[in-house]
Design a protein around this ligand. Sequence first.
Ligand code: UP6
Length: 279
Amino acid sequence: SHRKSYGQRAADHSNPAAQLLLHTIERKKSNLAVSVDLTKTSDFLKVIDVVGPYVCLIKTHIDILEDFTPDVIERLKLLSAKHDFVVFEDRKFADIGNTVALQYSSGVHKIASWSHITNAHPVPGPSVITGLASVGLPLGRGLLLLAQMSTEGSLATGSYTDDAVRMARAHREFVIGFIAQRRMDHVGTSPSSLPDGVEDFIILTPGVSLEMSGDSMGQQYRTPEKVILENGCDVIIVGRGIYGKGTGDALDVGCVALQAEKYRTEGWNAYLKRIGSTG
Ligand code: UP6
């Protein structure tokens, strides 16, 4: 599937969030997701409005907003409609089914009510999927499993990663793909033995920067070309590479827009090379 177009691949998915993401990527010619990890609502909304035209998806950590009110969600929904992007709350659920269902549906943030996509660590086993699916599936939501992480010394490797893929295969209706550093088609089968279209997982990849190779807290970065072309991933997730450390007065929106445009172009050109299109 890594040589098919995003639009063609939408037909291989029954999940509405997967279809929405693939169609949005195709429509906007963007495989760029921006991770808006800012703690002030005004900065958060400002960056989303500025990068909106360049992205297929906005990734949030809604629990880091220090001045969160339910109105933030209404504003986020308006921006999602204005700029035509998908919303992904990067909640990284990792508890028993009953608890994750409550965390997903309830509390202050009511994630399931507004986030098209969320994610979970496979560590609890399949019950984390069924717990979240009990809330998300009726709402047409989709789930990503964290099969790998971008951090130095990550324990999500080897048989853990392979088992994450097997868990996903058993729940295709809700699990639409992975947070990972490469495609996962190789797990448990040789890629050539899978007829095209039988299995299509969407791979979203964090740890992407054009300038930095890491941060002081274990993050490791690769370039869009490495991620999309060499490793066959589908969406690049970029945070500080786009808005730096800038918040408040230091937030230069012109610069943020330029960076978003640059990453969009890099990610899309790497994809065009991958599918063998000259553009
Ligand atoms: N993220 C990673 N690596 C993972 C999973 N998730 O970096 O394996 C998330 C982080 C952050 C974003 O929680 O929100 O992706 C990366 O931000 P950055 O580009 O500023 O490093």
